[in-house]
Design a protein around this ligand. Structure first.
Ligand SMILES: C[S@@+](CC[C@H](N)C(=O)[O-])C[C@H]1O[C@@H](n2cnc3c(N)ncnc32)[C@H](O)[C@@H]1O
Length: 247
């Protein structure tokens, strides 16, 4: 569960995702617990721990950034690693690098020659991520592209075997077609935070992110050319593939 604190200064632009268009914080207070009390902690305690380099990224993110909860965290990281080990993606696209935790988690399990292109709006966040990537054993597997992701995606031809969408929730719907155009035939798009602390269920908090996510979830589920599953892992992960992907 996200437990958002009030914003402090020096946030490296990370709050962008969580503010309304008027600039007011909107989603900084937890709405509802998605799981029973203690379940998230129990799951974390019975999940393989992060390797040392991810522990360091997480520790520095907690020290420097006001919303370290934006990192996917060990449970989701281990899940992604299991999934990517099965999928064996050679080309991965990530939207939302933050401080590099999820990129580095995915890089660890890529097949030989596998590569991640990861998009980040904030130069400060990208600089932190780049430092951790350079210090890791996976520097040659990750390229950060700084700028608004929708613009960056326009410049990428793909195809990508796996896409992780983890930023810009209010505008999720705008990403779907550009990402599908660049998805390999059997590729998968994973979208994070699709439950938004449960706020999507009523969708009445006036938060553009809640509305953007809810519209996106509905749009994907209604498309006959797509197959999706909404997993209630952490803040919700939507997996999407083409209905007729296999050649
Ligand atoms: C939820 S965090 C990503 C967390 C990261 N995937 C992880 O698990 O460590 C979202 C990040 O996306 C960035 N962001 C927000 N809007 C963006 C946009 N339009 N284009 C690219 N990045 C954006 C934010 O600055 C923030 O660092």
């Amino acid at each position: 569960m996200r437990q958002y604190a009030e914003p402090r200064t020096g946030c490296f632009g990370a709050l962008k995702d969580f503010r309304s268009t008027s600039g007011q914080p909107t989603s900084l207070v937890p709405v509802k617990a998605i799981t029973l009390p203690g379940v998230e902690e129990y799951a974390a305690a019975h999940t393989t721990s992060d390797p040392e380099h991810l522990v360091e990224v997480a520790a520095e993110t907690r020290r420097l950034c006001e919303l370290p909860q934006m990192m996917i965290g060990p449970v989701q990281a281990r899940f992604l690693q299991f999934y990517l080990l099965a999928l064996q993606p050679r080309a991965v696209l990530e939207i939302g690098t933050f401080t590099g935790y999820s990129s580095l988690s995915m890089a660890e399990v890529l097949p030989p020659g596998g590569h991640i292109t990861t998009c980040e709006l904030s130069e400060e966040n990208a600089a932190i991520a780049q430092r951790h990537i350079d210090a890791s054993a996976y520097a040659d597997r990750i390229t950060i592209r700084v700028g608004p992701a929708l613009k960056t995606i326009e410049s990428l031809s793909g195809p990508f075997d796996f896409v992780m969408l983890d930023a810009d929730q209010a505008n999720f719907s705008e990403y779907l077609d550009p990402l599908l155009e660049r998805l390999s035939p059997n590729g998968v798009i994973a979208v994070d935070n699709v439950l938004w602390n449960g706020a999507v269920i009523d969708n009445c908090d006036g938060d553009p992110a809640t509305d953007g996510i809810h519209r996106f979830n509905k749009m994907v589920a209604a498309r006959p050319d797509l197959v999706c599953v909404l997993l209630t892992i952490r803040d919700g992960i939507l997996l999407i593939r083409r209905a007729e992907g296999r050649d």
